[in-house]
Design a binder for this molecule. Sequence first.
Ligand code: ARG
Length: 634
Amino acid sequence: LTLPELEAHLGGLGMNIPIPKFQAVEVLNRPLDIARAYLTDILSNLAECDPDVAYKSIYWPNNIFNGDLVVILPKLSRDADFKTVALRLTQKFKCPLFILPFQDGVHLRITFSSQMLPRFLLPYIYDRLNIYGRHLALGIRDHSSPELERKKLVVEFSSPNIASEFQAKHFKSTIFGAHVACLYESMNWDVVRLNYLGDWGKPIGLLGVGWEKFGSEDEFQVNSARHLLEIYHKIQELFIPQLAASKKIRDEGGDPAEVESQGLFAERNAYFKRMEDGEEQAIALWKRVRDVNIENYTKLYSRLGITFDEYSGESQVSLEAMTEVEEILKSKGLTEEKSGSWMIDLTKHAGKKLGTAIIRDRTGSSTYLLRDLAAVLERFRKYSFDKMIYVVAADQHTTHFARLFKILELMDMPDLASRLQHVQFCDSMNVSQQVQDKLDLMNTMPDEILAECERAIQNSLEKNPEKATPLVGKNDVETIPMIVTNALIAEELSSRRANNHASFDISRIQSFEPGTGLDLQYWYARLCSIVETSYLESSTSLSEEEWESLEQEDEVDLLRLLVQYPDITYSVYETLEPATVLTYLSNVTAQLSMIIPDNEEDGSVASPAHATLYEATRRVLESGMKLLGMNFGK
Ligand code: ARG
């Protein structure tokens, strides 16, 4: 579709052409922008104002019951008498795309004409087909160069710690990060998926001590991951009182050096020092732990349809890069020595909030922060990314990343710092007692969580045979695991990132309410089978009578949702709030259920016009589900 073709199409429907041109408007990607363009033109003429003012008075209501677009009258005209302004506008308002607007307080509500919408939108969607909702220009680095090189995104996600369990926050990061990767890919970015394992540092030192005390080769052979986790729990339990004692001293402003030089504290630090010194035995154990865990994680990832381009990790950060960072810090006079450790007093540079950041501790070991700083330099050299997103829970990491970015600025690398983004989500460890049961579930191994979800979904399918039949079809052995993971994905992404939302709400996972994973997959399957059995004519050659059959209220309401899809995807790209997509898709399936009865026999045949509408809906549904990171068999 080119602009002249689009204009010819609109002209054929009785619209004035050419389409009025305004800066921000993207008529070939967003059908709502076509409406915005015409509306801007009408408003600026009727209200005798600058097109820019008119354009900025147009908003997008979040619910079709409030119109398809809305004009905020005070933004359009200084006249405080909105009634008169609205009246003046409506008296002369004339555009075949819209019905006559109506005033609602300070709003002027704009609604598509039900005669126009199907004829305008369906051919548009059929033309865009696989790129409907994808803003491909977003992924192009430099629009003036003939090569049109794609931008590169590094997205770091999942990043579990190999010494301890795969926690709920890692699960969420996994699903969220995979979604971010899909989203950017669909916008034409070149995406690198990176897993930054917590595979170095003192917790592994503690596990090493635990292994030396409780490790059993035999048990390791039976279930390695389980056995390692048991050891970690045992040793951690012994360690907690000491850790608490040291924290207390620190909180009271004292120096915990004494406490930390004894018992498990000292053993842990010594073990980690052995690792840092490259001692053979310590490294051999570390490698076993790492391999066992990667193997285990990979099973989960492949079940979720995720592959990583790189398993990096804290252990993989090179000594050279860390030295380089330290040298820059020193040369800029940023680091100072304090009772044996090297630190940056960020209060001098960035206000009180960021405190002091330790770069090397008093035993001479590198810190988490130093490794992260060095990792940025290495990754930038390796990938020359335009952007790097860290998908990490908002626990202690909020400050960590704020420090990381600030220090890079202080190192005179503001451009690099500006390419980094921490996309955080609420760590559900802080939730109320009410959801404690679910949290207990999360502390089990991921495969057990999946098994639990699978049981719940099987149960729900048995209780709802009329839904199960079209959803599962003939081949339930292969289909069920995919249905389960997709249901989990929908559940994990259904709340806004800042929400204190506990993961694995089984009651939501097994429900068929609009917008749940089961509901989306059910409707997707229904549409597939209806479209398959119905005669599908090219959308442009429908007869007048057939077009008219789409002018009914429910059909038009569905189209009014479909027209929004590219605006939805754009807003998700800007906000990284996939819950928006889920809310949108739930509106779509709720609307579908108004048109297609639930209990209709499978294999029902739709009219050509309806088949055209369903096929367009199926594509939008599929595109939205893929954007979330859901998988489709085949
Ligand atoms: N392993 C860390 C954790 O589990 C998350 C890693 C975050 N990424 C980073 N580059 N620091 O809490």
